[in-house]
Write a protein that binds this ligand. Structure first.
Ligand code: ZN
Length: 132
């Protein structure tokens, strides 16, 4: 593939930033795509830092802290999924972000549900005459 200089019609290689003949900038065509590819980190391989944080928070939420860690896990996971969708974060962290998001939501609900059941049970126990 070659690029033709808009000023002097000299054929240049596709990667050329400037014309070999007259040194005028060659901004059109594949050069823009090449510059964008160089400017971004490679999307495949490796994981984003936020994806790891979301995963760790989701695990912490499941083990002990419920919504206190689950809600941040869901928020960080959501943000990371959004960043992956826009190509700002590596694709490798997608499952971690999803686990963070849904794990955070699930453990928040589980713990809140657990508190409600515990309160209901203690209310029932308190109102049950056979407990006296
Ligand atoms: Zn030229």
């Amino acid at each position: 593939m070659t690029k033709t200089c808009p000023k002097c019609n000299q054929p240049n290689i596709a990667e050329a930033m400037f014309c070999q003949n007259c040194s005028s900038p060659l901004s059109s065509g594949p050069t823009i795509g090449a510059q964008q590819a160089v400017g971004q980190p490679p999307p495949a391989g490796g994981t984003g830092q936020k994806a790891t944080i979301a995963l760790v928070l989701a695990i912490v939420a499941l083990i002990c802290c419920g919504p206190f860690a689950g809600i941040p896990a869901a928020i960080v996971g959501w943000m990371e999924l959004d960043a992956i969708k826009k190509g700002q974060s590596p694709e490798g962290g997608k499952w971690m972000a999803q686990v963070g998001l849904w794990g955070g939501v699930a453990s928040s609900l589980l713990h809140i549900g657990g508190y409600i059941i515990w309160i209901l049970l203690s209310m029932m126990a308190a109102s049950n005459p056979y407990y006296y």
